[in-house]
Design a protein around this ligand. Structure first.
Ligand SMILES: *[C@@H]1O[C@H](CO)[C@@H](O)[C@H](O)[C@H]1NC(C)=O
Ligand SMILES: *[C@@H]1O[C@H](CO)[C@@H](O)[C@H](O)[C@H]1NC(C)=O
Ligand SMILES: *[C@@H]1O[C@H](CO)[C@@H](O)[C@H](O)[C@H]1NC(C)=O
Ligand SMILES: *[C@@H]1O[C@H](CO)[C@@H](O)[C@H](O)[C@H]1NC(C)=O
Ligand SMILES: CC(=O)N[C@H]1CO[C@H](CO)[C@@H](O)[C@@H]1O
Length: 315
């Protein structure tokens, strides 16, 4: 078809009129079409306002107060933080300096009588027993490192610490310190009356207290990693039947390590199969063997081939 320019405008005009008449007949539909988005917008604005006013309430905000325990002060003087908050408010507070926690070994449930120094066992095996013995002998110190009371967490971190509290879903508050269970520091010998002590520490200006006790760290040589597996398994079974278990806190297979090569398998305790509990206390076990191998056996560079492929599952 050849488009005739002289017939274009009349045609367009007719089409326009036709569609105008059509739209006039459907005026209600058109109004509805236009109003629907408007109504949605109004609803959204109302909802936003409602949520804003709810979140503006004090229970959804970090608490504020006057400095130096004064009763009244200017709004501009007020300080906000965990120390001025109710329990429900505290989760909304900014934490400018999150606490640093020393790494902990994961212990199974600890049954240790008051004043006793209870044993915590570590199993190890290797192709070269004399090499592994050197590393293992240096894992637990014979006396605690000097505590620096102005920086207690840092001085604690150079000890071998452990807790029976499973880790939480995050590390902001370490359950080892907040669960009320004692923290143990492992040594080759404990004081005769092992009553432990309590030390204070601060988070955001609030003082907490933590009990800490000595635990006796003992190394046991085993002939093979199968022996270690069996022992861990039997220990687990025994716990199920008798309700108690020996404290096997970690196990290492130094494989073919020697003065030049360092390969190690670390067994660790999985505390939970729950998806929301993603943390495991593995780092302390790992640096127990890595740091000691590096400092005490005069090995050089390429010693960091690390296999973390075994799980000690003591659920
Ligand atoms: C533990 O030792 C403390 C003092 O060292 C003592 O007062 C307490 O009675 C002892 N407890 C037990 C059960 O022996
Ligand atoms: C075993 O380790 C010791 C100590 O590092 C070393 O002196 C010795 O040569 C090693 N033995 C073998 C067979 O590699
Ligand atoms: C204790 O820790 C503080 C702060 O980190 C430091 O300034 C001080 O030198 C330490 N004291 C000792 C004896 O290590
Ligand atoms: C481990 O090996 C040593 C020497 O080969 C042997 O005397 C000992 O009985 C073995 N121990 C076990 C539990 O098999
Ligand atoms: C670490 C562990 O599994 N401990 C369990 C030992 O058995 C008692 C009683 O059967 C449990 O309560 C512990 O949790």
């Amino acid at each position: 078809m050849v488009l005739n320019p002289s017939s274009f405008w009349p045609q367009a005009n007719a089409l326009f009129r036709k569609s105008l008449t059509f739209q006039k007949r459907n005026v209600k539909t058109n109004i509805r079409l236009i109003l629907l988005p408007l109504i949605l917008c109004v609803l959204l604005i109302l909802l936003q306002n409602f949520i804003d006013t709810q979140l503006d309430k004090p229970e959804f905000k970090c608490g504020c107060g006057c400095p130096n325990n004064r009763e009244n002060c200017d709004d501009s003087e007020k300080l906000c933080g965990v120390q001025y908050s109710e329990d429900t408010q505290a989760v909304f507070c900014e934490i400018p300096n999150p606490p640093q926690w020393p790494p902990l070994l994961q212990f199974p449930a600890v049954y240790c009588k008051e004043n006793d120094s209870c044993p915590f066992n570590m199993l190890f095996t290797a192709e070269n027993q004399s090499f592994a013995q050197i590393v293992a002998d240096n894992m637990f110190p014979s006396s605690p490192t000097v505590m620096n009371s102005s920086d207690i967490m840092t001085s604690l971190a150079s000890n071998v610490l452990g807790s029976a509290a499973p880790p939480g879903a995050n590390s902001f508050l370490e359950p080892g310190f907040t669960s009320g269970l004692p923290v143990y520091y492992l040594q080759t010998q404990c004081p005769q009356y092992n009553s432990g002590f309590t030390f204070p520490y601060q988070i955001e200006g609030i003082t907490f207290k933590q009990d800490i006790r000595c635990g006796q760290g003992i190394n046991f040589w085993r002939n093979s990693s199968d022996d270690i597996n069996n022992e861990i398994y039997q220990n687990y079974e025994r716990n199920n039947s008798e309700g108690r278990m020996d404290q096997i806190v970690s196990a290492f297979d130094f494989l073919n390590s020697n003065g030049n090569v360092f390969d190690v398998t670390v067994w660790y305790m999985q505390t939970s199969n729950k998806v929301d509990n993603k943390l495991s206390r593995v780092p302390r076990s790992v640096n127990l063997c890595i740091l000691l191998a590096a400092t005490h056996t005069h090995t050089h560079t390429h010693l960091y081939a690390l296999l973390l492929n075994r799980k000690l599952n003591l659920r």
